[in-house]
Design a protein around this ligand. Structure first.
Ligand code: NAD
Ligand code: LMR
Length: 326
C-alpha cells in the first residue's frame, strides 16, 4: 500500500463538498491503491454540519480513508496538503452572473492563497471551483508567491463534460465517443467550447452535425447550462460539479491517455495570444503531473473572435480585483 497523501477540501459541508468527499475517499480521484488523509475547512457556523458529514464518511468505512481532520482555520486545513480543492464560497442565485460574486468571494482566496503558501506541501496542486473560479484562482495564485504559479488551476472540466454530453446526445452516441472537446477561456458566459476540433470516434463533429446547430444551439446550451440548472433546481449544480472536480484532479494526477485532450484553466504564458498570467482554459495534455498546452491548433476568424471575447471578459475581472492583491 502507498503512503497516504493529504487532500484538503474547503466548503466541505456544502452541496458540492457533500458529493465530492465520498468520491475522494472511495479512491475515484487518486486511485484505488492511494490512501488519503482528508483535511476539511469550513466557516465556524458550519462546523456542526461538517461534523455530521464526518460521521457519514466514517460510517462508509472506506478502506483508503486514512484520517479526517476538520478546522475553521485555513492554516490547519492546508497543513501538509498535496492536493487542494477550493470549493468554499457563495454560489450565485437566480438572476445573478458568476462575476457578480467576485467582490464577495474574491477576499476568501487572498487568505486561502496565503495559507496554502505558508502551510501546504512542496508539491501542492490546487483546483479552484468557487466562482468566479478563474479569477479566484488568479487571486489565490497571486497571494501565494512561494508556490509555483502553475500549481493553481480553475475548473472548466464541467463545461467540457457538458459539451461532450450535448454532442454525444445529438449524435446518438455515449460520452466516450467524443474526444478533443476543448474549452477556451473563462468559466463564464464568454467561454468558447471549440467544436471545430472535437471528434466523434475520430471523425470531426463538423462533418457529422450541421454548422447552424453547432454555432447557435450547442454554444448557447453549454455556456448557459449553469443558469439552466439554477432555474430548474433553485440551487446551482453540485453533483456534476463535484464529478468534474474529480475528473480535473484525477487527470492532473494520472495523466491523459495517448491522443486525448482535456481542458484546464491555467496561468497563461502567452499561448495563443492570451495575456500572460490570466487563468485561462486551454486544451492540454498531462504527463507525469505536468500539463502542456496543445500546440498548433488553428482557429477560424469566428473562433478567434470568440477567444478574444473571453480574454476581454477575464481581463475585466482581473482589473476588478486588483485592490485585493497586496
Ligand atoms: P454551498 O453554499 O452549498 O456550499 C459552500 C460552502 O462553502 C458552505 O458550506 C459554506 O459554509 C462554505 N464556505 C463559505 N465561505 C467559506 C470559507 N471562507 N472557507 C471555507 N468554507 C467556506 O455552495 P456549493 O453549491 O457547494 O458551491 C460552492 C461554489 O462552487 C460556489 O461558488 C459555486 O458557484 C461554485 N461552482 C462552481 C462550478 C464550476 O464549474 N467552476 C460549478 C458549480 C458550482
Ligand atoms: C455551473 O456552471 O453550474 C456553476 O458555475 C454554477 C453557476 O453559477 O452557474
Amino acid at each position: 500500500m502507498k503512503a497516504p497523501i493529504t487532500v484538503s477540501v474547503t466548503g466541505a459541508a456544502g452541496n458540492i463538498g457533500y458529493a465530492l468527499l465520498f468520491r475522494i475517499a472511495s479512491g475515484d480521484c487518486f486511485g484505488k491503491d492511494q490512501p488519503v488523509r482528508l483535511r476539511l475547512l469550513e466557516i465556524t457556523p458550519a462546523m456542526g454540519a461538517l461534523e455530521g458529514v464526518v460521521m457519514e464518511l466514517n460510517d462508509a468505512a472506506f478502506p483508503l480513508l486514512h484520517s479526517i481532520d476538520i478546522s475553521d482555520d485555513a492554516g490547519v486545513a492546508f497543513s501538509g496538503a498535496n492536493q487542494v480543492f477550493l470549493v468554499g464560497s457563495k454560489p450565485r442565485g437566480p438572476g445573478m452572473l458568476r462575476s457578480d460574486l467576485v467582490r464577495t468571494n474574491g477576499p476568501i482566496f487572498t487568505g486561502q492563497g496565503r495559507a496554502i503558501n505558508d502551510n501546504a506541501a512542496d508539491d501542492v496542486r490546487a483546483v479552484v471551483v468557487g466562482n468566479p473560479c478563474n479569477t479566484n484562482a488568479y487571486i489565490a495564485m497571486k497571494s501565494a508567491p512561494d508556490v509555483p504559479a502553475e500549481r493553481f488551476t480553475a475548473m472548466t472540466r464541467l463545461d467540457q463534460n457538458r459539451a461532450i454530453s450535448q454532442l454525444a446526445g445529438k449524435l446518438g452516441k455515449t460520452a466516450g465517443s467524443i474526444g478533443k472537446m476543448g474549452i477556451w477561456g473563462n468559466h463564464g458566459p464568454s467561454m468558447f467550447a471549440d467544436y471545430f476540433h472535437a471528434e466523434c470516434d475520430g471523425t470531426p463533429v463538423t462533418e457529422l452535425i450541421g454548422a447552424d446547430w453547432l454555432k447557435d444551439t450547442f454554444l448557447s446550451t453549454v455556456s448557459k447550462r449553469g443558469k439552466a440548472i439554477i432555474n430548474a433546481r433553485g440551487k446551482s449544480s453540485a453533483a456534476s460539479a463535484a464529478s468534474a472536480a474529480i475528473d480535473h484532479m484525477a487527470t492532473w494526477y494520472h495523466g491523459t491517455a495517448a491522443g486525448e485532450w482535456t481542458s484546464m484553466a491555467i496561468p497563461s504564458k502567452g499561448w495563443y495570444g492570451v495575456p500572460e498570467g490570466l487563468i485561462f482554459s486551454f486544451p492540454v495534455t498531462v504527463t507525469d503531473g505536468q500539463y502542456s498546452v496543445v500546440e498548433g491548433i488553428e482557429h477560424s476568424d469566428f473562433a478567434r473572435a470568440k477567444i478574444q471575447a473571453t480574454i476581454d471578459e477575464l481581463a475585466g475581472e482581473r482589473e476588478a480585483v486588483q485592490d485585493l492583491l497586496s
